[in-house]
Design a protein around this ligand. Structure first.
Ligand code: AMP
Ligand code: MG
Length: 440
């Protein structure tokens, strides 16, 4: 079938690193695509799901809103107190003298009908209580002195009253009636669940979940429960993928281990692309004799690119299998996680309908252990990020960075990202880190 010319290796003029500079690198490969370019390229092929469903607010956690949510009510619905204390008129208070006011009533949160109060009066009020008509400020109970049916408020500064309106919350200050509370395409996290509930809404429209089928390839792979023969290993990639995809909120279809024959890979591709929006495989994307993924994808679908200038994870296939998106991840367990987090995650969120995808935040940290690196590609080393009592952020490399050492991902709490222009980095230099937590 049609194969797109993989990628134009001529970088745009604005690219800071020129091909000539890159070619100085010992492992420079003119067909490999820079990480940013690959991400950008994938983005242009992503068409989000459109089917929707109505779900109860709790079931919307982790889903993507398919409707804009406007507030049917003002939140809060009335001016109310932000403190336990006394509702007063700001003009009754004095900057340089204590004033004594007559307490004419009490307001509890949630009790109907606002009370009215006049000059020289105060009303005892609890947090959330409706502000009495005539009151504009609340004095905290801690600074007021109650004596029978009067209360004495010290001078303004001592009463911690800087301005009129202090310790009160205005009707509609969170949301006005009819205002947009949440945009279509927003992911529902705990804050959004609470926000939806605060509007009294109990059902929302979300996009259907993305269906993701995945399988591992390799004659050497055994599944849990099977005995290992000589030279065999347990399949771990299906478990890291299971974890990452489940956390992202996808419906998953685990197709198991597929043996290294063109026929088996072809049959698995046909089944997977018939039932999923996205097909993810691991292994078999290199140029070894048992690596069939690219050849079969060429035959059944469309390969868009398959070499990225990065480590780990250089062979990465992206393409289309019919309507399904295809990611052929490398076989090495660390490479699977790195390529998933750096490319697949963002693509899946977009396909699931999420519209605003801010780049994952990165921090600067002082490198504690030196790193050897050749320029020309982006490296994602595994690091342990820490902050000391003075607030200095530092990061330590987790020892051996081999792409098969999955324990490095478990020990680490961040990636140390070293861009293509970076070479060796000495201890004490500053590097960019990206925390695992937050990648979901
Ligand atoms: P491949 O890309 O198929 O050549 O695989 C590269 C390396 O990753 C080999 O050492 C494989 O044994 C290993 N590998 C491939 N798939 C898996 C898997 N599902 N779980 C653990 N290791 C794997
Ligand atoms: Mg293999």
């Amino acid at each position: 079938m049609r194969v797109r010319p993989s990628f134009d290796p001529d970088p745009p003029v604005s690219t800071p690193l020129t091909l000539r500079e890159l070619s100085c690198a010992d492992d420079y490969d003119p067909n490999s695509m820079p990480v940013d370019k690959a991400r950008e390229y994938i983005r242009t092929f992503l068409t989000p799901v459109t089917a929707t469903e109505r779900v109860h607010v709790r079931a919307a956690l982790g889903r993507v809103l398919a409707e804009e949510i406007r507030s049917p009510i003002a939140v809060p619905g009335h001016d109310n107190s932000a403190m336990d204390g006394y509702a007063v008129r700001f003009d009754d208070l004095s900057a340089n003298a204590a004033v004594t006011l007559k307490v004419t009533g009490t307001v509890f949160a949630g009790k109907a009908a606002a009370l009215t109060m006049g000059t020289g009066e105060a009303i005892r009020i609890m947090t959330g209580g409706v502000l009495p008509v005539g009151a504009d400020t609340v004095v905290m109970q801690e600074v007021a002195t109650r004596d029978g049916d009067t209360v004495t408020v010290p001078p303004l500064a001592e009463a911690k009253i800087r301005t009129r309106g202090l310790n009160t919350r205005k009707a509609g200050e969170d949301l006005k009636v009819g205002s947009v509370a949440l945009q279509r395409g927003a992911r529902v996290n705990p804050a959004e669940l609470g926000l939806i509930a605060s509007l009294g809404i109990n059902e929302v429209t979300v996009y259907r979940k993305l269906r993701v089928a995945f399988f591992s390839t390799g004659d050497e792979l055994r599944s849990i429960g099977e005995a290992l023969g000589p030279g065999e290993i347990y399949d771990s990639n299906r478990y890291t993928l299971y974890g990452m995809l489940t956390r992202l909120g996808c419906d998953i279809i685990d197709m198991g281990v597929i043996v290294d024959t063109a026929e088996a890979v072809e049959a698995a591709f046909a089944t997977a692309s018939g039932m999923a929006d996205v097909v993810i495989t691991s292994g078999g994307v290199s140029v070894g004799e048992a690596d069939y993924i690219k050849a079969v994808l060429d035959k059944l679908g469309e390969v868009l690119f398959w070499k990225i200038a990065m480590k780990p994870g250089r062979p990465l296939a992206y393409g289309k299998l019919g309507a399904a998106h295809f990611f052929g991840l490398p076989g090495n367990p660390v490479s699977v996680m790195v390529t998933y987090y750096q490319f697949v995650r963002e693509a899946l969120l977009t396909l699931a309908g999420q519209t605003r995808l801010p780049p994952l935040p990165t921090f600067r940290a002082v490198l504690r252990t030196p790193i050897k690196k050749a320029p020309g590609r982006t490296e994602f080393q595994r690091g342990i990020f820490a902050q000391d009592a003075e607030g200095t952020c530092s990061v330590t490399v987790t020892g051996d960075q081999g792409s098969g050492i999955l324990s490095s991902m478990s020990q680490a709490n961040c990636f140390i990202i070293l861009g293509p222009a970076t070479g060796n980095v000495a201890a004490g230099e500053t590097v960019e880190v990206q925390m695992f937590e937050g990648m979901i």
